[in-house]
Design a protein around this ligand. Structure first.
Ligand code: PEP
Length: 249
């Protein structure tokens, strides 16, 4: 039985004051059972604050990226070992905004995935197609290519300790959500593609859906058999909205 998981991706949002209010809202509005399903991936500079505020809870936290390097002369980069110092459990890798705005290739994402695991973090691997790729009938090819970049370089066993987020790029931050069956079809394809190589890993790996999930559509998405929760952008910035989504998982 897979545990449900809902991770908030705050992106480049927040302030010391707003973070405190948001996290207090999440803590006050949840019991331990709900908190076990909850995670927040926050800007690097707020990790100490988040660590302090969440220390007496079972809410998890993490980063939105990490370096593929260990340490050294890489100005501006953040190493996995540093994230461990701040209590991170998760590191998002390959978010579509990193792939498109910062030209992160499948190969670089695979290296970041590996570095996260080597550091003791659980990588949240984001995969998903562009609108034109969906319209051209290439959705399955694209998600398979993005997944294969990790599996072929790290081995199928690496997926055992990871989370995969299917995020159709056309649904991220646009208000356009995939229909539940549309999302389920891709999740089922991903799980089957993994099962072709290792049935146990496929059965256990958490597959999250991301793309304009809101309180009003979360329940129908999470009711799908291969959708184990969500990666939530905009709606993770308001405590009530995020709590409603977590309750639906
Ligand atoms: C995301 O940032 O991963 C995301 C899914 O954003 P939104 O929920 O705002 O579409």
């Amino acid at each position: 039985m897979r545990q449900s998981l809902v991770i908030g991706n705050w992106k480049m949002n927040g302030s010391l004051q707003n973070n405190q209010a948001l996290l207090q809202g999440l803590i006050q509005g949840s019991d331990e059972a709900l908190q076990k399903k909850m995670g927040v991936c926050v800007p690097f500079v707020y990790l100490q604050q988040i660590k302090d505020l969440l220390k007496n809870t079972v809410i998890s936290w993490g980063s939105q990226d990490l370096s593929e390097q260990d340490s050294g002369a890489f100005t501006g980069e953040i190493a996995g070992s540093m994230l461990i110092d701040f209590g991170c459990k998760y590191a998002i890798v390959g978010h579509s905004e990193r792939r498109s705005l910062y030209n992160e290739s499948d190969e670089l994402v695979a290296k970041k995935f590996a570095k996260a695991q080597k550091s003791g973090l659980i990588p949240v691997l984001c995969i998903g197609e562009l609108l034109e790729e969906r319209e051209a009938g290439k959705t399955e090819n694209v998600v398979k290519r993005q997944l294969d970049a990790v599996i072929n370089s790290q081995g199928i066993a690496a997926l055992a300790n990871s989370v995969i987020a299917y995020e159709p790029v056309w649904a991220i931050g646009t208000g356009k959500t995939a229909f539940p069956q549309q999302a389920q079809d891709v999740h089922a394809f991903i799980r089957q593609d993994i099962a072709n190589r290792d049935a146990t890993i496929a059965e256990n790996v958490q597959l999250l859906y991301g793309g304009s999930v809101k309180g009003s559509n979360a329940a129908e998405l999470f009711a799908m058999s291969d959708i184990d929760g969500g990666l939530i952008g905009g709606a993770s910035l308001k405590a009530d909205d995020f709590l409603t989504i977590c309750q639906a998982a």
